[in-house]
Design a protein around this ligand. Structure first.
Ligand code: NAD
Length: 325
């Protein structure tokens, strides 16, 4: 009989891709989310539309499951999590999902549970120099994330580790660094930088300009979705609990990143840097620990993943414009 997996947040970007991966490995998969995936990435054997802030929903979906992947979170890009306007929702919704799912898993006797934390939990003081950010796993304390989103992630990491210590629950925790790819949010206010920049470039007229938040000298690394899913599966099949970074070490300034997308588009566009929420000055994954524990780390060049992502967003943007004419 095939093993049964539950993906919480299956209507979202990473959850939708993870469902596909688990299906391809022969799992029977149940998905749960507040909403269906808007890009049709809906391949779970069973999909429950429900709110994990309600403990009864968490109890219902955890029943009869072997492995749980908890990706449900109140989440978005800088325009959503760094403005301060959504802090109460972000903290309440995400913490409630984690409290309810984890406790339901414990009582249902779920074998193992994966939790998706974020690089946003790393202290701001180590990410002030854009050329030399520090994000090794052991640099998390003294804690000083620059957003409430990051504080909630840190709280929930500790919650999972507490269940592991006190109840013996097998947990695996990853700290994702900017995951991007097709079938992710690309408009509407919750999109993250790679999708937002692809959309701006796709929609700009020839010889036009695109706006980039901040001075563009802030640095980040970005990881393509397939490598993220590969990392999740390898971590869950290992005997390592983490927390561990799942990210790319190919750090780039945001202006250079925008130039890469412009180049991929074949358009002639200029960049205009404007005021906007940006988060920390510098961030890059540190992959020493993942390589040591799993003998694996992401290797795909950023440009390769962006080629696929830009093509998908250009197609989505063209289709949306055709519909609105
Ligand atoms: P996403 O927003 O596409 O997916 C999250 C899903 O959770 C959404 O579909 C949302 O509807 C669902 N959800 C929210 N509240 C819920 C609730 N109360 N009940 C049921 N479902 C609920 O985001 P994503 O990019 O797929 O991220 C998945 C996870 O990875 C999140 O926990 C996120 O914080 C984490 N993460 C993502 C990134 C990234 O770059 N995408 C980086 C770091 C961490």
């Amino acid at each position: 009989m095939s093993k049964k997996a539950l993906v919480c947040g299956a209507g979202g970007f990473i959850g939708g891709h993870l469902v596909n991966r688990l299906k391809s490995e022969g799992y029977w998969v149940r998905g749960v989310d507040l909403k269906e995936n808007e890009y049709g990435n809906m391949n779970a054997d069973e999909f429950v539309t429900g709110d994990l802030c309600d403990p009864r929903v968490a109890k219902k979906v955890a029943a009869g499951i072997n492995d749980v992947y908890q990706l449900a979170a109140d989440m978005g890009g800088a325009g959503y999590i760094f403005t301060g306007e959504n802090d109460a929702s972000v903290m309440y919704n995400s913490a409630m999902c984690n409290l309810n799912v984890l406790d339901a898993c414990y009582h249902a006797g779920v074998k193992k549970i994966f939790y998706s934390s974020s690089a946003c939990m790393y202290p701001e003081y180590n990410q002030l120099d854009p050329d030399n950010p520090k994000c090794s796993e052991d640099s998390a304390y003294p804690a000083a994330p620059d957003s409430e989103y990051g504080w909630e992630k840190l709280f929930s990491e500790r919650l999972y580790l507490a269940y592991h210590r006190n109840h013996g629950t097998e947990v695996h925790i990853a700290r994702f660094h900017n995951i991007f790819g097709p079938q992710g949010t690309w408009q509407g206010g919750r999109e993250k930088a790679p999708a937002a920049i692809c959309r701006k470039v796709a929609e700009a007229p020839e010889n036009g300009e695109i706006e980039i938040w901040g001075d563009g000298k802030q640095t980040r690394s970005f990881l393509f979705i397939d490598e993220c899913v590969e990392g999740i599966r390898r971590l869950v099949e290992s005997d390592f609990s983490g927390p561990v970074n799942i990210g790319s070490e190919e750090m780039i300034t945001i202006n250079d990143f925008a130039k890469m997308v412009i180049d991929l588009s074949g358009k002639n566009l200029t960049i205009k840097n404007i005021l906007g929420p940006t988060g920390v000055r510098g961030r890059n994954s540190d992959n020493k620990l993942i390589y040591e524990k799993l003998g694996w780390k992401p290797v795909m060049p950023l440009r390769e993943g962006m080629l696929k992502t830009y093509a998908w967003i250009r197609e989505m943007s063209n289709a949306t414009r055709l519909v609105s004419y």
